[in-house]
Ligand binder design. Structure first.
Ligand SMILES: Cc1cc2nc3c(=O)[nH]c(=O)nc-3n(C[C@H](O)[C@H](O)[C@H](O)COP(=O)(O)O)c2cc1C
Length: 214
């Protein structure tokens, strides 16, 4: 095997760390559309993510029709109403004020699926931990999230959706698991502070210390 090496400049590492600080879950988008080349660029690098056994189980579905997006939004509203019922009194009122999606504003919708039993990789690494297939797809999303931010785009993850209903709306193949429903677009604003921290729902703890096993 040919041995190659590549070192990254300090300035790049600093920029990368800045990127981590500026990546946000975005829920408010401008109406500027994302061009096809940019979408394909994002997808091609998301597919460079690590995956168990190199199984590459991710499947990306772009949702372009307005009717389908509207159906997804209706599904969100239904599920969010139910989710609110889990809280009591003031917390419920606080929950209902939160903006937890940007479905109507986002110029691009992306459903991310994971093949349940991909042939690629011949099962390597997953007989002991079958969930690693899904973890692989989540890694591709993490990569996409950061890459999008680097290109000036925002990504918002919407999980207040019933996968069964989404699969039905999108007519997904039976052997695909829904991992994420993502909104993509140019953010209306950028911040280093997560929205849920900003509105006093949940702040970040940050790293405190290792738990040392002796
Ligand atoms: C698996 C997953 C599901 C999420 N689902 C939602 C969601 O349904 N609605 C929402 O507003 N944010 C959702 N988020 C975004 C988180 O709330 C957000 O990442 C967190 O508050 C930290 O903010 P930040 O991403 O801006 O740092 C989700 C994030 C992850 C990783």
């Amino acid at each position: 095997m040919k041995i190659l090496n590549k070192e990254f400049e300090k300035t790049f590492v600093n920029d990368l760390e800045e990127l981590f600080l500026w990546r946000r879950d975005v829920k408010s988008f401008s109406n500027t559309t994302i061009d096809q080349d940019t979408l394909e660029r994002l997808m091609s690098f998301a597919c460079k993510a690590p995956s168990v056994g190199n199984s590459q189980p991710w499947r990306f579905m772009l949702i372009n029709t307005l009717e389908t997006r509207q159906a997804i939004f209706e599904e969100f509203k239904r599920e969010n109403k139910q989710a609110a019922e889990r809280y009591k009194k003031e917390t419920k009122q606080e929950y209902l004020k939160l903006k937890l999606e940007g479905l109507l504003e986002a110029p691009s919708h992306l459903a991310v699926y994971s093949e349940t039993t991909p042939l690629r990789g011949k099962g390597l690494g997953r007989s002991t931990m079958p969930e690693t297939v899904r973890y692989s797809t989540v890694l591709a999303i993490g990569q996409l999230w950061l890459h999008a931010r680097a290109l000036g785009l925002g990504l918002g993850w919407v999980s207040i959706l019933n996968p069964k209903n989404i699969n039905q709306i999108l007519q997904a193949p039976k052997n695909w698991d829904l991992i994420a429903y993502l909104c993509l677009g140019y953010p209306k604003l950028n911040s280093q502070i997560p929205y849920l921290e900003e509105v006093n729902w949940q702040s970040r703890d940050g790293f405190k210390e290792f738990i040392i096993y002796r």
